[in-house]
Ligand binder design. Structure first.
Ligand code: KIV
Length: 293
């Protein structure tokens, strides 16, 4: 997948499928499923690292996760999320963090959240030669300032701010823009003003593509689900069933069964028994041998 191809898909009205991944086996699965774009999202903070928001995750953690995803991917474009604190303070910091995700982790592009100062950061990163995906509407890194994890752009005043952010990110050359948790009709109006591919999450059907968090759609996470999430599988339920069955079989002694054990020639076993009983060992340990039963 290339940025040019994404633009062609947008122009041709071919929906773009994007998903998050945070590790090697998930990357292999999403590759096999044929997704177009993979995001190592800072949602890894909640989904795989156990934080209660995306704010605490740092560059070291994001880099390790992105490296693992890179090893499992061939075809989709790989986007690394710039975590909170890795780009806001200066253009220099934003470029250095982006370069790390590209050079160390092998990402093809980076994503950052918000308008305002983020627009200038996006421009600087793009000028440094790294493609940038924007993210407007609900931006979880700054959700507290937005009044919590809730839909954005529900009044004309708030919606014009979302539109403004998206248009500014387009102007500085973002190759795609995520629109999160915005009423479908508002997203449709914003999309109509943009020439850049848009990827919606909780933004309805007018965007050029959709993104969901893998752990939400596959049912790996427990707990509250946003209105826009559709569950396509119950991986957590299946894992739980498997682990419960394992625990029960270990406790009953039915695992491991004959099919899970290695065999040995009886003559070799006799030889081992004899030598053990005679204490014929190379090590210098010696103790009182009880003959084997
Ligand atoms: O971190 C993430 O998973 C994201 C997507 C929801 C777009 O930013």
């Amino acid at each position: 997948m290339t940025i040019t191809r994404l633009a062609e898909m947008r122009d041709a009205g071919e929906p773009i499928a994007m998903i998050t991944a945070y590790d090697f086996p998930s990357a292999e699965v999403v590759e096999q499923a044929g997704v177009d774009l993979v995001l190592v999202g800072d949602s890894a903070a909640n989904c795989v690292l156990g934080y209660d928001s995306t704010v605490p995750v740092g560059m070291d953690e994001m880099t390790i996760l992105a490296k693992a995803v890179r090893r499992g991917l061939k075809t989709p474009l790989l986007v690394g999320d710039l975590p909170f604190g890795s780009y806001e303070a200066s253009n220099e910091l934003a470029i250095a963090s982006s370069q790390r995700l590209v050079k160390e982790a092998g990402c093809d592009a980076v994503k950052l959240e918000g308008g305002g100062a983020s627009v200038e950061r996006a421009e600087a990163i793009i000028e440094a030669g790294i493609p940038v995906m924007g993210h407007v509407g609900l931006t979880p890194q700054t959700a507290t300032a937005l009044g919590g994890m809730k839909a954005q752009g529900r009044t004309a005043d708030r919606a014009i701010k979302v539109a403004d952010d998206a248009l500014a990110l387009e102007r500085v050359g973002c190759f795609a823009i995520v629109i999160e948790a915005v009423p479908e009709a508002v997203a449709a109006m914003i999309v109509a003003k943009l020439d850049t591919p848009t990827i919606g999450i909780g933004a309805g059907n007018a965007t050029s593509g959709q993104v969901l968090v893998l752990h939400d759609l596959a049912g790996i996470n427990d707990g509250h689900l946003a209105k826009f999430v559709k569950r396509y599988a119950d991986v957590r339920g299946e894992m739980l069933k498997g682990v419960e069955q394992y625990v029960s079989e270990v406790r009953s002694g039915s695992f491991p069964g004959p099919e899970h054990v290695y065999s040995v020639e009886p003559s070799e076993l006799d030889g081992l028994r004899r030598r053990l009983d005679e204490g014929d060992l190379e090590s210098s340990y010696s103790w009182d041998w009880e003959p084997l039963p």
